[in-house]
Design a protein around this ligand. Structure first.
Ligand code: SF4
Ligand code: SF4
Length: 458
């Protein structure tokens, strides 16, 4: 069988040495999201698309990582087909539920409009019936139920009511159940966390902290005028000390704009001092982006952000905090908006495919695909505006067709591309620095340059 070097690899420009003095470069294979060290002459052969110069003994491993692929394969079509199949896989179902229409925070960069008032019992029962029906379908093997906002903890009573029914039904028919909550964290208490984890089986919490206390409390102000940093941090810290939380994951996300960009290193130092260097606590950093609103006055450019991020990663690594430098799994389903067996149900009862639409006035008005009270609502949402995303990639309507990161990124956000606002993740712009971060984590050091030829160093 003839082989070729995949178009979906990135090779470190830097050469490193391990503790024995062996010179190595890193290869990131985006089809499989695997990183591996190779000798410099192997890296050179891969860069030259010269499979014959790769030692035979390495070929099986490189094929398995899809660094080397069949010569006749159209890789773009193969990756788009892989993702298209995953997005329409009926065995994996995802519901994103907004159990409230109100948020107790008033972040300047949020595009949602929050309305007071709980969900009616009728709405709640209709949501329950839809999710239970999906769990009990013959084809369903796995269900993800994600609690999203506004602030989902404003709807804690609804979660407490609905989730145990979902968990029980999933167990009865041996469907794998997983659940994530995206929350501002301010309404969490240890008692409520115990219920969410133990009774509602929420296993992942995505919590936003925008910097050290004085920054966070201004960047993400409570509508009451009070701060929330210390309340959030002490609640999660208490949970982490409970052995029952070892398999519960907490991700602290920081949204960065011009107001907090200079305080992130200090924030990571503080979080390390507070004891958050743990395997089940991860940190992520995101650029503030438009969300049905105009953030042009405060957002950083993609390049500015990517450059600054490498300095933040240095602090994160030095302090032993967990951060995913490059995706470790390929992204086969770009986002909820392209998944066919799933939907998002807003606190208003409107059904959507895209998480940017609920509670944003224009989204609720113009982009709802149906309403929970519609008697003719199909099993999953009606056709959505991003269902044709895979064809758009093939047709080159975004930068993704030619991008080496398509297999790990999937195109990030079809909506942003549609709006002319490329959503490329920062690793597209600072991948070399991130490979350096991984090398440092693995104990590799940059090799001294120019002392001798690489070919003789192997
Ligand atoms: S299209 Fe963009 S905003 Fe909508 S769900 Fe996908 S990633 Fe989120
Ligand atoms: S969104 Fe950007 S990084 Fe992701 S696949 Fe498309 S062009 Fe590449």
């Amino acid at each position: 069988m003839m082989d070729k070097v995949s178009r979906y690899i990135v090779i470190s420009e830097e050469t490193y040495t391990d503790e024995t003095g062996q010179r190595l470069r890193l290869v990131y294979a985006t089809r499989t999201a695997r990183v591996m060290p190779v000798l410099p002459r192997v890296a050179a052969a891969l860069l030259a698309d010269d499979v014959r110069s790769v030692p035979d003994v390495l070929l099986p491993g490189l094929r398995q990582a899809e660094v080397i692929v069949p010569a006749g394969e159209d890789e773009l079509t193969a990756m788009v087909t892989r993702n298209r199949v995953a997005a329409s896989d009926p065995s994996i179902v995802q519901f994103i539920l907004l159990p409230a229409t109100y948020c107790n925070m008033g972040c300047a960069y949020c595009g949602q409009e929050h309305l007071r008032g709980g969900l009616s019992p009728d709405h709640r029962n209709k949501v329950r019936a839809r999710v239970l029906r999906a769990i009990r379908r013959d084809t369903t093997q796995e269900i993800k139920v994600d609690w999203f906002g506004a602030e989902p903890m404003m709807g804690f009573a609804a979660i407490r009511d609905l989730a145990p029914d979902f968990v029980q039904a999933a167990d009865e028919v041996s469907v794998k159940y997983s659940s994530t909550m995206v929350t501002n964290g301010s309404l969490l208490t240890k008692r409520k966390l115990d219920i969410l984890v133990g009774v509602c089986r929420v296993g992942n919490f995505d919590i936003t902290l925008d910097g050290p206390p004085d920054v966070h409390d201004v960047h993400r102000p409570l509508k009451s005028g009070q701060g929330s940093f210390w309340k959030i941090v002490s609640t999660i810290r208490e949970a982490l000390d409970d052995p029952g939380y070892q398999r519960v994951n907490f991700d602290f996300r920081t949204n960065v704009d011009i107001h907090n960009q200079d305080r992130l290193a200090e924030y990571f130092d503080l979080m390390a001092d507070l004891g958050f260097a743990r395997p089940n606590v991860t940190f992520s950093i995101a650029r503030v982006r438009p969300w049905g609103n105009d953030v042009s006055a405060i957002e950083l450019s993609a390049m500015e952000f990517a450059e600054r991020e490498l300095a933040w990663l240095d602090t994160i690594r030095r302090r032993g905090l967990s951060f995913s430098a490059v995706p470790k799994v390929a992204k086969q389903v770009t986002c909820p908006a392209v998944r066919l067996s799933g939907e998002l149900i807003s606190g208003t009862g409107n059904v959507f495919s895209c998480t940017d639409h609920p509670l944003v006035p224009e989204g609720e008005r113009d982009h709802a695909l149906g309403h929970i009270a519609d008697p003719g609502l199909p099993l999953f949402r009606p056709a959505g505006e991003f269902d044709g995303w895979h064809d758009e990639v093939l047709a080159g309507k975004s930068g993704c067709r030619a991008c080496v990161f398509y297999p790990t990124c999937g195109g990030a956000c079809p909506k942003a591309w549609r709006e002319g606002n490329p959503p490329c993740p920062s690793y597209k712009f600072n991948i070399q620095g991130r490979l350096g971060y991984l090398a440092a984590q693995a104990g590799l050091r940059p090799a001294e340059k120019g002392s001798s030829g690489e070919a003789s160093q192997e």
